[in-house]
Design a protein around this ligand. Structure first.
Ligand code: BTN
Length: 251
C-alpha cells in the first residue's frame, strides 16, 4: 500500500496536525510541511523548523503493537544514517533511542506518539536538518548540524522519498517487528557502543557500558550493578566528553 502525502506550506507541527485529525484520516498518510511554527521534540523540547528542512509525520492507523511502535524511531534513525553515509561518505550514528548524529552534532530526530482509545493510532514525526542547523540546543547537549555541512543535501521531497523507501524496505507492509532481522547492523552504527555512558531514566541515573540492543530496541548496558535493558531515557558519555564523539569520525 502506497503512502499518500499532504503537503502544507506552514503548520504548527506536522505531528500535532495528524494527532488532531487522526480519527478522520487514513492509514499511511504523510503530512509534510515546508516550515513549522511549533515543531516539537522528545521530552517537550522545541524543534526549530526553518524552511529547507524535512518535517514530516506519518499516520499509522491502526497502530502497530506498542513494542514495535516504540522501536520505530530507532529503525527510522538507522534508515537516515544509511542514506546520509551512502551519499556523503561521512559516518553517521544512531543515538539511542531516536536520533541521528554526525561528526559535529545532531542532524535528525524522530518522535513517535501513540493515541486513540478504541482505535489506537501512531504518529511518527521525522525532522531532518538539510540546509540549516539552528544554533539552539535541541536536547541532550547536542549542537545541531545540517546535511549541507557535509555535502549537497537532497531537497525535502527527495529526502521524504528516501526515508519512506528505506522504511518500506526494512518493514515491508508495516507488519511485524523489523528489528530482529537488522539488529546487528543497527548495533554496528550505535553511538557509544562498547563505551561507558551515563543514562538518565526518569529521575534516576545509571552508569554502564553500552553493549547493544535487544530485539525490542531496549538499550543493553552493563554496569557495576550488572546488566540492564533500558526502554526509555537519554544517554551521555561518561566521563563527560564531547557529546558528539563518533569513534573514527572527524569530530
Ligand atoms: C527529537 O529529536 O526529539 C525528535 C524531533 C522530531 C521533530 C519532528 S519534525 C516533524 C514532526 N513534527 C514535530 O513537531 N516534530 C516532528
Amino acid at each position: 500500500m502506497d503512502w499518500q502525502t499532504i503537503r502544507l506550506d506552514e503548520v504548527d507541527s506536522t505531528s500535532s496536525f495528524l494527532k488532531r485529525n487522526a480519527a478522520e484520516l487514513p492509514h499511511r498518510l504523510v503530512v509534510r510541511a515546508d516550515t513549522q511554527t511549533g515543531g516539537r521534540g522528545r521530552l517537550g523540547r522545541k524543534w526549530s523548523s526553518p524552511r529547507g528542512g524535512l518535517y514530516m509525520s506519518l499516520l499509522l492507523r491502526p497502530a502497530p503493537e506498542p513494542e514495535v511502535a516504540a522501536l520505530l524511531p530507532l529503525v527510522g534513525a538507522y534508515v537516515i544514517c544509511r542514506i546520509f553515509t551512502g551519499q556523503t561518505g561521512v559516518p553517521a550514528l544512531v543515538k539511542w533511542p531516536n536520533d541521528v548524529i554526525v561528526p559535529g552534532g545532531k542532524m535528525a530526530g524522530i518522535l513517535a506518539e501513540y493515541g486513540g482509545r478504541r482505535e489506537p493510532w501512531l504518529v511518527v514525526g521525522f525532522g531532518l536538518n538539510l540546509t540549516d542547523s539552528p544554533r539552539i540546543d535541541r536536547g541532550g547537549g547536542m549542537p545541531a548540524e545540517a546535511w549541507s555541512d557535509y555535502g549537497v543535501p537532497p531537497d525535502p521531497e527527495e529526502a521524504q522519498s528516501f526515508v519512506l523507501e528505506g522504511l518500506d524496505r526494512l518493514w515491508p507492509a508495516g507488519e511485524g517487528n523489523p528489528l530482529p532481522a537488522i539488529r546487528s547492523r543497527v548495533e554496528r552504527l550505535l553511538w557509544m557502543r562498547g563505551r561507558e555512558v551515563r543514562a538518565s531514566v526518569g529521575g534516576m541515573t545509571l552508569r554502564g557500558v553500552v553493549e547493544g540492543l535487544d530485539d525490542l530496541g531496549h538499550l543493553r548496558l552493563y554496569g557495576p550493578e550488572g546488566a540492564a535493558a533500558l526502554d526509555s531515557g537519554e544517554i551521555r558519555p561518561e566521563p563527560l566528553e564531547s557529546p558528539t564523539t563518533i569513534p573514527g569520525g572527524a569530530t
